[in-house]
Design a protein around this ligand. Structure first.
Ligand SMILES: C[S@@+](CC[C@H](N)C(=O)[O-])C[C@H]1O[C@@H](n2cnc3c(N)ncnc32)[C@H](O)[C@@H]1O
Length: 342
């Protein structure tokens, strides 16, 4: 059973107070806290998770923009996982799994635990399958994580079949596609106005365009037709209206002083582009951005080429860094920069 905020030792099936573990990408805690403020009480904030005491419809949480996943937390004061099969514990676990099944359609489940191939977890999986009628599969939709925290065994039941970063609008992805929670946070950093002309340079699959929820005049460009086709499909699915054009970052098709925000998840030289070409690509991009941007313009960048980018910024006098933030993204720690035109 999920822990309750009022009385942790008291266990009731349908308590309206849930204790939830919210997972997010390291670096985004400030945005997550801001978004969750109106959902309940936040505690135990760690590098990439926090605890949310929440009362209300669990379905509301599937629309969160800054978090990767939300889990219903179940504590068991037991010495080893096998004891979960004891009648009282197991009844409580199944009641909470059913609570999550009411929110979403799941046909299968999977277990994530150290030693999940052991006979104990096989037995636990069998019993869960029997009680819930879900199939136990390697890639099952309902994720059940078992872990030990101090002296307590915990089962975390993920509320959604996919992570919340895997947005419903994403029907197409490209190598180096941006995590949607990072794109959302980047846009939040830039204080975008509805009247801003927002250009997503090197837009790839269009993540930054779609996760911008303010600017109305949107344009994305890329030098890859394949990427633009991918962006078109995603834009359509998300009902986002944006112009897409085939263009090179070294020759942007905009008039001087015309764009208010230029956002770019620049090639890092691993999944996209070559490290050896990035210094010249970044130089050209910064030069063209300076020319095309309006007086009050902002430049919103994500890059893992931190050294190259910082050196170029030192050498020019058009942009000044006003905010920077390091985030976790796909095994790397790139930085988000917000620059203001001087
Ligand atoms: C890191 S990816 C962007 C991913 C994108 N944010 C997304 O979510 O899908 C970089 C993109 O830059 C594009 N690109 C690389 N060099 C370019 C150039 N010189 N001009 C325009 N686009 C370029 C690539 O085709 C690729 O789509």
């Amino acid at each position: 059973m999920a822990r309750t905020t009022k009385n942790k030792s008291k266990i009731k099936r349908a308590s309206p107070n849930y204790e939830l573990e919210v997972e997010f990408l390291a670096g985004l805690d400030k945005f997550v806290k801001k978004e969750l403020k109106r959902y309940g009480h936040i505690s135990q904030v760690k590098k990439n998770s926090l605890i949310l005491s929440y009362s209300g419809d669990l379905r509301r949480l599937k629309d969160l923009k800054t978090v990767v996943a939300v889990y219903l937390l179940n504590d068991f004061e037991i010495p080893r996982p096998k004891a979960i099969l004891g009648q009282e514990n197991f009844t409580r676990l199944i009641a909470n799994i059913r609570l999550v099944l009411e929110q979403n359609q799941f046909k299968s489940f999977r277990i994530n635990a150290a030693g999940r191939d052991s006979s104990v977890y096989k037995r636990i999986a069998q019993e869960i399958a029997k009680a819930t009628k879900l199939k136990h599969k390697e890639d099952g939709e309902l994720l059940l994580r078992f872990r030990k925290e101090k002296n307590i065994w915990q089962v975390l039941i993920r509320l959604s079949p996919k992570t919340l970063a895997a947005r419903d609008w994403r029907v197409c992805n490209i190598p180096g596609g941006l995590n949607a929670t990072v794109a959302y946070a980047m846009n939040a950093m830039a204080n975008i106005e509805t009247s801003d002309y927002y250009v997503n340079a090197m837009c790839g699959s269009g993540t930054l365009l779609i996760e911008n929820n303010r600017a109305k005049k949107l344009l994305g460009f890329d030098n890859s037709e394949k990427a633009l086709e991918c962006a078109k499909a995603n834009l359509e699915k998300s009902h986002t209206t944006a112009k897409l054009i085939l263009a090179d970052a070294s020759k942007m098709p905009f008039k001087d002083n015309s764009v208010d925000i230029i956002a770019a998840d620049l090639p890092w030289g691993d999944a996209v582009g070559k490290h050896s070409e990035n210094a010249s690509l970044y130089t050209e991009f910064l030069k063209e951005s300076a020319r095309a941007s309006s007086r009050q313009a902002r430049l919103l960048i994500l890059t893992h080429e931190i050294k190259i980018f910082k050196n170029l910024i030192k050498k020019q006098n058009t942009w000044q860094i006003s905010k920077e933030l390091q985030v976790y993204h796909g095994g790397h720690y790139p930085k988000i920069y917000l620059l203001q035109k001087l």
